[in-house]
Design a protein around this ligand. Structure first.
Ligand code: PLP
Length: 407
C-alpha cells in the first residue's frame, strides 16, 4: 500500500501526492463527495482483482463506475421504480445508448436495432439521430402517430419493430402519449418500449411502472433544474437491459463526469418541490393566457379543452406539466421577435425545465430545419411560442407577459 506519511519525499513528489488520499477514520461526509478521480486504489492486488470482477459497489476506473455518479443513478432509479439507472454525458447520449440496448436481444451485443418505430413528433435532435445515425447505418425507422392506437397496432403488425420510441409529452404541441396503452401493444408485438420522459419527470408519471422497458431523461432539463449542467440518464426495468446499456456506455465512453453528476444529484433533491410549484404556475399562466384578447390559442394538458386532457388526468399524478404553448393572434415572425425582445423577466433561452421561466420560438429553434409548409402542416405556426414555466412568483411571470403582449 502506498505511504501515508510522505515527509521523506522531495518537494516535487509531495506536490503530486500530498493531501490526496486521506485516511478513512470512522466519519462519513453528510453529502456525497465529488470523487474527482479516474482510478481507485486497493490495499492488496488481490482486492483490485476482485474489484475488476465485481459488478457493483467496487470501483476501478471511472469510465466503468464512480461513487458520485452511482449516487445520482441510485436516486433516479428509486424515483423511476427501476432496476437501475445509467448516467450519460447528455440526453442525446442517453437516448443513443437506450436505443442500442433496447434493440439488443438477450446475450449478444448487436450494434443496431432491427427496426425502430418512432412517434411522429419527436424532439428535433432525436429525429436527426434516427435519420442520420440509425437509418443511415441501416436500421429502418418508421414513424407513426402514436395517439392513434389503431394506427399504432397496424404499424406494429406491418413493420414488426424490435424498438418503439415515444415521448411522454411532445414539443411544442404538448400532445400526451398514453404510455400504458402503447406499452401494452408494444409488448404484445414483442418489441421494447423506450420513453423519453424529459418533459414530465417521475413527479408526473413513472413510465416503467406503466409497462415501458426504458425511460430516458435529458437531465439538462428538470432533473438538473438550474440551467447549469448538461447530462442525461436512462433507467431500465430489467437488469438484462440495464447491463447491456452499461456495456455500450463503457465502450462508447458516453458517461457523465462526477462534477456534473453532483450538480444533477443536487437538483434531484428539490425536483418534487420545483415541479409542483412550476406546474401550479403553469396552470395559472395557461388560464390567464386563455382570457387574453391577443392570444388565439393556448395548449396546456391541464385545460379541459386539450385533446388529451383525459389521458393526462388518468396517467399523470394530478399535475399537468410546466410547459405552456400559445399562439399570438395574427402574429408573424417580426411580431414574435419584437414580443420576445420586450420580455424583461422571461428568458429567451433554448432549453426547458429550469427554475427560470424560459420562452422558445419553435419556428427558429426546435423546428428551424422543418420547411415552413411542413411546419404549418404539423400545426406549428409562425405565431406560436412555448413557455417553460419557472418557480418565480406567478404574478411576476404574468405581468411580464402582459406588458410584452400589450403593444
Ligand atoms: N429529449 C428531449 C425531449 C429534449 O427536449 C432534449 C433537449 O432539448 C433532449 C432529449 C436532448 O437532451 P440534451 O440536450 O441533454 O442532449
Amino acid at each position: 500500500m502506498p505511504d501515508q506519511d510522505l515527509s521523506r519525499y522531495s518537494l516535487e513528489t509531495r506536490l503530486v501526492h500530498e493531501g490526496e488520499r486521506g485516511p478513512e477514520s470512522g466519519w462519513r461526509p453528510t453529502s456525497m463527495p465529488i470523487y474527482a478521480t479516474s482510478t481507485f486504489l486497493y490495499e492488496r492486488t488481490a482486492d483490485l482483482d476482485a474489484a475488476f470482477e465485481a459488478s457493483e459497489g467496487r470501483y476501478v476506473y471511472s469510465r466503468y463506475g464512480n461513487p458520485t455518479i452511482a449516487g445520482l443513478e441510485a436516486a433516479v432509479a428509486a424515483a423511476e421504480g427501476a432496476q437501475g439507472a445509467l448516467a450519460c454525458g447528455s440526453g442525446m447520449a442517453a437516448l443513443h445508448i437506450a436505443l442500442l440496448a433496447a434493440g439488443t436481444p438477450r446475450g449478444a451485443m448487436e450494434p443496431h436495432p432491427r427496426h425502430i418505430l418512432a412517434a411522429r413528433d419527436l424532439y428535433g435532435s432525436t429525429y436527426t439521430l434516427l435519420r442520420d445515425f440509425f437509418a443511415a447505418q441501416g436500421t429502418p425507422v418508421t414513424y407513426c402517430d402514436v395517439s392513434d392506437l389503431g394506427a399504432l397496432e397496424a404499424t406494429l403488425e406491418q413493420v414488426r419493430p424490435d424498438v418503439v420510441l415515444i415521448e411522454t409529452l411532445s414539443n411544442p404541441l404538448l400532445r400526451v402519449a398514453d404510455v400504458p396503452a402503447i406499452a401494452e401493444r408494444t409488448r404484445a408485438a414483442g418489441a421494447r418500449l423506450v420513453v423519453d420522459a424529459t418533459m414530465t419527470t417521475p413527479i408526473l408519471s413513472r413510465p416503467l411502472l406503466q409497462g415501458a422497458d426504458l425511460v430516458v431523461h435529458s437531465a439538462t432539463k428538470y432533473l438538473g433544474g438550474h440551467g447549469d449542467v448538461v447530462g442525461g440518464i436512462l433507467a431500465a426495468r430489467t437488469s438484462l437491459v440495464l447491463d447491456t446499456a452499461r456495456r455500450y456506455a463503457r465502450l462508447l465512453g458516453a458517461i457523465l463526469g462526477p462534477f456534473e453528476a453532483r450538480l444533477i444529484a443536487r437538483g434531484v433533491k428539490t425536483l418534487a418541490l420545483r415541479i409542483r410549484q412550476q406546474c401550479a404556475n403553469a396552470l395559472a399562466v395557461a388560464r390567464w393566457l386563455r382570457e387574453h384578447p391577443r392570444v388565439a390559442r393556448v395548449i396546456y394538458p391541464g385545460l379541459e379543452d386539450h385533446p388529451q386532457h383525459h389521458i393526462a388526468a388518468r396517467n399523470f399524478s394530478g399535475l399537468f406539466s410546466a410547459m405552456v404553448t400559445f399562439e399570438v393572434a395574427g402574429a408573424g415572425r417580426e411580431d414574435i421577435f419584437a414580443l420576445i425582445d420586450r420580455l424583461r423577466l422571461i428568458l429567451p433561452a433554448t432549453s426547458l425545465g429550469d427554475i427560470y421561466t424560459l420562452v422558445s420560438y419553435p419556428a427558429i429553434s426546435s423546428h428551424r430545419d422543418v420547411e415552413p409548409d411542413d411546419r404549418q402542416a404539423l400545426g406549428i405556426t409562425d405565431g406560436m411560442l412555448r413557455l417553460s414555466i419557472g418557480i418565480e412568483d406567478v404574478a411576476d411571470i404574468i405581468a411580464d407577459l402582459d406588458q410584452a403582449l400589450a403593444r
